[in-house]
Design a protein around this ligand. Structure first.
Ligand code: HEM
Length: 449
């Protein structure tokens, strides 16, 4: 059976399963077991062919189709946007498409994405308190980026998949907690993020059978959340959280996820893609460098005004985020049972069914974006979904900061550094990895004299 057949045959089973679940119960022991089977069966195909999985089902079945644990995937821009804007949302402890089935990996704390009501409003208030405004605080952020780039220059190369996440986790800890991570801390933090998939296995497997893999990650998380609570700035975060009655451990764990998963993984992937796009397109690279030279002399620290004036670079970041969104899926739960048309079938769904939005396909929806697979800076970016849209309770709180950090990286990279060659720029649209040219290396990477 070829991949397309496998993708469609597995979907046929999902249709059949929707009727079966209506009979045996969605959340009964049997219902949960059946859904778990479907989850791993689809996940197994997706791990090796994630874009084919989405595109084949989108084209053959329609804008709504089943995926993983009987979740209803929404593929086009209009539906994904409408899903994102649902308020209030009801969430389960899911990281996009990944179900967190091993709470032990997160020390028993939910992701902020999985929180609801006051608890969620409270952690959002803390996130906003901790994240610097890149326009107001450019001179705080810029030297941190320069420091990490100087260090990379001593090793003579910049490896996109390996070095950027290391730099980002160090920078974000400096910004949020004013703490300096050692090289060993950075290695442990990045290993934690790389091991996240282990949280998607049932708890007894993840915690006990795979303890040789998970125990060091869990220990590192515990050490970091303890350390956060001893920083001088911690009391001000507690103060922000006080009206919401949040425990210290809840705040520290949410901040661990904010820095590691949302901040480091998302921003380093997008930065890597921006560097990849600029490596491939020499004309655009020259225009971006000309703009940087125009807004920044390079002798003093860049200002917030310079970031605002670098509008071409901003558009490059937005268009790159459209084509290569670091976050591929958003997830929420159906608040009431109903019926949904999937392909030619009317299928029942139950309260609690996962509703997934596929940012990747929405961003390449031809009904929204002309020639959607082409890089084009003359687009209207007001409706871009890559940071979870705009104007609602679940938008990415790190949007401005991530764009500012990437701008500053580009400022320094192109003004103060040079490289004499680079390896192939390739995004992997088959195996599930970060959406970034992971293997790209800028060779002969040095600081300009
Ligand atoms: C400084 C860097 C970043 C930080 C600190 C950050 C922080 C966060 C946090 C804390 C959340 C959870 C919000 C909640 O629970 O309500 C979130 C959600 C999200 N972020 Fe970011 N983020 C960053 C960069 C990015 C980047 C670069 C992207 C993609 C271009 C991105 C896309 C998203 C999306 C799509 C969500 C919604 C996920 C969902 O609802 O399932 N973020 N971000």
């Amino acid at each position: 059976m070829d991949t397309k057949d496998k993708i469609l045959t597995a979907h046929q089973r999902q249709i059949w399963l929707s009727h079966l679940l209506a009979r045996v119960g969605y959340d009964t022991r049997l219902g949960r077991l059946l859904r778990l089977g479907a989850y791993y069966m689809d996940a197994f195909i997706m791990l090796k062919a994630w874009t084919a999985f989405l595109n084949v089902r989108w084209q053959a079945i329609g804008n709504k189709f089943y995926a993983v644990d009987q979740a209803i995937m929404h593929a086009d821009h209009a539906d994904v946007k409408a899903l994102m804007q649902t308020q209030p949302q009801w969430r389960g402890n899911d990281l996009g498409i990944i179900r967190i089935l091993a709470p032990s990996y997160l020390l028993g704390h939910p992701l902020s994405l999985g929180m609801n009501g006051t608890e969620h409003t409270g952690v959002r208030a803390v996130f906003t308190r901790t994240l610097p405004d890149p326009i107001q605080q450019t001179t705080t952020i810029a030297p941190l980026i320069e420091q990490r780039l100087t260090q990379a220059a001593t090793q003579g190369q910049l490896h996109i998949g390996k070095d950027l996440p290391r730099m980002m986790v160090w920078i974000l800890h400096q910004l949020v907690f004013q703490i300096e991570l050692s090289e060993a801390d950075i290695t442990a933090s990045n290993a934690y993020v790389d091991g996240l998939v282990l949280a998607s296995l049932p708890d007894f497997i993840s915690k006990y059978l795979l303890a040789f893999k998970t125990a060091p990650h869990i220990r590192h998380r515990q050490q970091m959340v303890d350390r956060y609570q001893q920083t001088p700035i911690w009391s001000s975060y507690r103060e922000t959280a006080a009206p919401y009655d949040l425990q210290g451990a809840t705040i520290a764990n949410s901040l661990f996820d904010m820095v590691h998963i949302a901040g480091t993984a998302g921003t380093s992937a997008l930065l890597g893609s921006v560097i990849g796009v600029l490596c491939l397109n020499e004309g655009l690279r020259s225009q971006v460098i000309a703009e940087i030279n125009q807004v920044w002399t390079g002798t003093e620290l860049p200002t917030g005004a310079a970031l605002e004036q670098a509008s071409l670079l901003q558009k490059v970041i937005l268009e790159t985020a459209r084509l290569y969104p670091p976050v591929r899926f958003v997830s929420q739960l159906a608040q009431a049972p109903g019926e949904v048309v999937i392909g030619n079938s009317k299928c029942p769904f139950q309260q609690g069914t996962r509703l997934l939005g596929s940012i990747f396909t929405a961003n390449r929806d031809a009904a929204k974006y002309r020639n959607p697979d082409q890089f084009d800076l003359n687009r209207d970016f007001t409706d871009l979904l890559s940071w979870n849209g705009t104007d609602h309770e679940r938008v990415c709180p790190g949007r401005a900061l991530s764009i500012g950090i990437i701008q500053l990286f580009c400022f320094y990279l192109f003004k103060h550094y040079q490289w004499n060659d680079w390896t192939a720029v390739e995004w992997d649209f088959e195996k599930v990895t970060a959406v970034t040219p992971n293997n790209l290396i800028l060779q002969g990477f040095t600081r300009r004299s």
